[in-house]
Design a protein around this ligand. Structure first.
Ligand code: FPP
Length: 246
């Protein structure tokens, strides 16, 4: 599927994949059924954005607040992550896709932690698209761990506190080596960030839609890219300044 719009694709797309539970409930099925369908959409999204020339795709798979869900759902989600990675890592490699995980993984069991590391190791040299999967991730956690890392360096005498600037702070974040997010997509009808990336969303274009994640089709993914291409990103400048620059 191609677009008639000529603007370059976003370098970094991030997505809150919301609506799996409601998708299942509408079909009188357990929420875990919706999450399984959600994995299929995730696979399609990875293929779609790789084909579209996006360099980084960051997916919110499990937030630090998701531990508050019923224990059964949390355990089913953990099993699903493990199975999905076991069965899809080879294919990611064949497609030239690197996968890595951001978030505090210390709370996951040893089996899942080992699989996260193995999938990262096997795909680490792939360059077509990097998929950053946020697991036990929260924007507040990320900012706090970055502040701690800098504070430790200041305490050790390696860094002057007055020398800390925005690029230096950004480099300590979990996505320190990524460009800031160009396009944020949230499916499922809610219009909020839900403690996803905070620093990286400073100048991001937002795309919200009501479609539940399992129904989010390639046509709608393309609509999000087309909408992005129509936006004028001013980064604080005026429209006239940008138009004058040609
Ligand atoms: C939000 O829907 C979705 C989740 C909390 C889980 C998302 C995870 C996947 C799609 C699987 C991805 C897998 C890998 C390996 C990256 P919800 O349960 O909040 O839906 P609701 O708002 O309708 O209740």
């Amino acid at each position: 599927m191609t677009s008639d719009l000529e603007a370059p694709p976003p370098r970094h797309v991030c997505i809150i994949m919301d609506g799996n539970g409601r998708w299942a409930r509408k079909r009188l099925m357990p929420r875990s059924f919706g999450h399984r369908k959600g994995v299929e959409t995730t696979r399609r999204a990875i293929e779609f954005f790789a084909r579209s020339g996006v360099e980084h795709l960051t997916l919110f798979a499990f937030s630090s607040e998701n531990w508050n869900r019923p224990a059964e759902e949390v355990s089913q989600l953990m099993d699903l992550f493990l199975q999905s990675l076991e069965s899809n890592t080879d294919e990611l490699c064949e497609q030239g896709i690197r996968i890595r995980f951001i978030g505090d993984r210390s709370r996951f069991d040893a089996g899942l932690r080992a699989q996260l590391e193995e999938s990262e190791r096997l795909t680490r040299n792939n360059r077509r698209l990097t998929v950053n999967v946020a697991v036990n991730y929260g924007g507040h956690w990320d900012l706090v761990q970055a502040a701690r890392a800098l504070a430790r360096r200041v305490a050790a005498g390696e860094l002057d506190a007055d020398a800390i600037d925005a690029p230096q702070f950004a480099a300590q974040l979990a996505l320190g080596d990524c460009p800031e997010a160009d396009l944020f997509i949230r499916t499922g009808g809610e219009r909020r960030i839900s403690n996803f990336l905070l620093w990286q969303l400073a100048y991001t274009e937002f795309y919200f839609c009501d479609t539940l994640w399992p129904d989010f089709s390639e046509t709608e993914m393309q609509q999000a890219l087309d909408e992005f291409a129509r936006r004028q990103r001013r980064f604080g400048k005026t429209g006239e300044q940008l138009e004058g620059a040609g």
